[in-house]
Design a protein around this ligand. Structure first.
Ligand SMILES: [Zn+2]
Length: 231
C-alpha cells in the first residue's frame, strides 16, 4: 500500500472514529434522561393534587349540608313538636327554618357542581396515569435499545482505534505530524486527485506533481497543502 493510500485510509478511519464518538456522546446524553417522562409524571401529580383539593371541598360541603339538615330537623321538631306555643317564637322559628332551607339549597347546588368537577378531575387523573404508563413503557424500550447501541458503538470504536493504531504504526512520525497539522487546519488532510485537480481546493496540479502523486509519492498540493492521493 502506498503512503498516500495509507494516509487516505487513516483519514477514513479518523472520520469514522469521530462519527462513532458523536454517536456515543448522543447515546450517553439520552441514556437515563427523559423530558417526556418528567413532564408526564409532573402533570399526573398536578392532576392528582387538583382532584384531592376538589374532594376536600366536596367533603366540606357534605359536612356543611349534613349540619344544615340536622339543624333543620331540630327546628322542625321544635316547630311541630307542640312544645313551643308562643306565636312570636313560632314565627321566628319558621323564619329561621326558611333561612336554613335557602342556605341548604345553595350548598346542595355547590355540592352538585363540585361532584361534577370531581368526576371530571378523576377522569383527567386516569388519563394522565395512562399517559405516564405509556411514556414509561416507551422510555423503557428506548433505554434498552440505547444500551444495546452503546455496546455496539463501543465495540466499533475499539475496532476503529485498533485499526488506526495499525495504520499509524506503518507511517513515519514525520508524515503523521504533517497529516495531523493539515487535518487541524483543513479538517481533511488528504485530498483525492480527480481530473488533474486537487479534490480539496480544486486547483489544477502541475503535471510533474500529478505524476509523482500517481507513482505513490508523498506530494502536497501547492495551493492548499493537502496530501494528494490518486487511486
Ligand atoms: Zn489543494
Amino acid at each position: 500500500m502506498s503512503l498516500p493510500k495509507r494516509l487516505c485510509e487513516l483519514q477514513q478511519v479518523d472520520f469514522e472514529l469521530r462519527e462513532q464518538q458523536g454517536n456515543l456522546d448522543r447515546i450517553n446524553r439520552q441514556l437515563g434522561e427523559s423530558e417526556a417522562l418528567v413532564e408526564s409524571r409532573s402533570s399526573l401529580t398536578l392532576e392528582k393534587a387538583h382532584l384531592a383539593e376538589l374532594e376536600r371541598k366536596q367533603k366540606d360541603l357534605e359536612w356543611e349540608t349534613g349540619d344544615l339538615e340536622n339543624r333543620m330537623s331540630q327546628l322542625n321538631e321544635k316547630l311541630y313538636g307542640g312544645r313551643v306555643k308562643n306565636p312570636k317564637e313560632l314565627f321566628n322559628l319558621e323564619r329561621e327554618l326558611e333561612d336554613l332551607k335557602v342556605k341548604l339549597n345553595r350548598k346542595e347546588d355547590d355540592l352538585l357542581e363540585i361532584m361534577t368537577e370531581v368526576e371530571v378531575a378523576g377522569d383527567k387523573v386516569q388519563v394522565a396515569a395512562k399517559q405516564v404508563e405509556e411514556v414509561e413503557r416507551r422510555w423503557q424500550r428506548e433505554q434498552e435499545t440505547l444500551a444495546q447501541k452503546q455496546v455496539e458503538v463501543d465495540s466499533q470504536l475499539l475496532a476503529l482505534s485498533q485499526r488506526r493504531g495499525e495504520l499509524a504504526s506503518q507511517i513515519s512520525s514525520e508524515v503523521l505530524s504533517i497529516y495531523e497539522q493539515v487535518k487541524q487546519r483543513k479538517g481533511r488532510a488528504v485530498a483525492r486527485v480527480e481530473q488533474g485537480r486537487c479534490g480539496g481546493c480544486l486547483v489544477t496540479l502541475p503535471l510533474t506533481e500529478w505524476q509523482r502523486a500517481r507513482a505513490g509519492e508523498l506530494v502536497r498540493c501547492g495551493n492548499c497543502g493537502r496530501i494528494l492521493f490518486l487511486e
